[in-house]
Write a protein that binds this ligand. Sequence first.
Ligand code: C5P
Length: 210
Amino acid sequence: MSFTIAIDGPAASGKGTLARRLAAHFGFHHLDTGLSYRAVAQALMQVGLPLDNEELAAAAAENIDLGKLDRDILSDHAIGEAASKVAVMTKVRQILVDKQRDFATREPGAVLDGRDIGTVVCPDAPVKLYVTASAEERAKRRHLEMAGKGGSASYEEILADIVKRDARDMGRADSPLKPAADAHLIDTSAMDIETAFKTALKIAEAARAG
Ligand code: C5P
């Protein structure tokens, strides 16, 4: 039977890096579920459609192929903001969650990261991690990352966006971002990625053995 590792947490918490490293370590498939919400937003924006029409957004969601998500295009900051707007829509979530659950059954295992993996998408996952860090630390990391790519947004602008996105993701009625009752909390505020990875690996290996 396939083994699932569910990772949730806010933007720029380090959950994506942890998910990729765990997947590589175990030889599992990896799905960044945020990219699926980003792809819906991008499909609408690309043809000038509004982000607040649930029927249009649901139609775009139906067309998303999880095997064809282009991180380079979708990692754009504005697409992330737009994604959190379409992500409040129940129809969009139902369509994408079905596709994500299907992905989670891939053999020999899968690592999924997002906002509602441990709570909604894979509530029976044997490993659930909730990765977080202070908003200031996350803004600092995102600022460094974007500056490295030639971005011009200031630390203050990025922090304001992060705070706004946290509020939208944690405050929505459908599948709000929160740790599952049985999730292991990893606060990476004062941790380097190596320490965070070792912490996560220990938890995952214990579950694999048990
Ligand atoms: O993680 P990422 O920044 O790519 O996610 C973009 C947006 O997609 C999030 O702010 C959130 O609103 C939404 N999302 C979600 N559920 C997931 C993954 C992402 O609602 N499982």
